[in-house]
Design a protein around this ligand. Structure first.
Ligand SMILES: [Fe+2]
Length: 173
């Protein structure tokens, strides 16, 4: 294995974190669907797919480095949520936790002079800027419009329009 044991362990943990995020977004998407928030449901289905792609990126990287990639155990996800605002707030909290975790991996790579993994993780650092931006914008809509039923339907209509554009004009994938 060309990565050290400590880096290997945190990458495995990150695989799990991405997989749990994917499962969590899928559970939220289902709840949105059942409650008639169609655009939010589409948003969370797409987020769930993205998180699975993130998981696979790290999974393949571990393999490519000669490590054993482990398919993680996923806990059961809740099926009930309090409100649409609550699900976006929990999405934002989750993304902040993911960003913290990725920053810790980069930090560990630096301590170990693991420049290859640090470079690999840079994509995730950039991706988290977008993920946090989108979730934060969604939560802000509730501050702007309030949480009465009509406002919530209006917010749901605005969800697909939230778009993160990097200052260089491109968008993160
Ligand atoms: Fe992710």
């Amino acid at each position: 294995m060309t990565i050290n044991e400590e880096v290997y362990q945190v990458l495995l943990d990150q695989v799990k974190m991405e997989a749990v995020s994917s499962a969590s977004y899928l559970a939220i998407a289902s709840w949105c669907d059942q409650n008639g928030y169609e655009n939010s449901a589409d948003f969370f289905y797409a987020q769930s797919d993205e998180e699975r792609v993130h998981m696979l990126k790290i999974f393949h990287y571990i393999s490519d480095m000669g490590g054993a990639a482990v398919s993680p155990t996923i806990p059961e996800m809740p099926s009930e949520y309090g409100s649409l605002r609550e699900v976006f707030e929990s999405a934002l909290d989750m993304e902040i936790e993911v960003s913290d975790s990725i920053n810790k991996i980069v930090n560990l790579c630096r301590k170990n002079n693991d420049f290859a993994t640090e470079s690999f993780m840079q994509w995730f650092v950039n991706e988290q800027v977008e993920e946090e931006y989108v979730a934060r914008r969604a939560v802000e809509l509730f501050d702007l419009f309030g949480s009465d039923p009509l406002s919530i339907m209006m917010i749901d209509e605005r969800i697909p329009k939230i778009n993160y554009t990097q200052t260089n004009g491109g968008t993160a994938e």
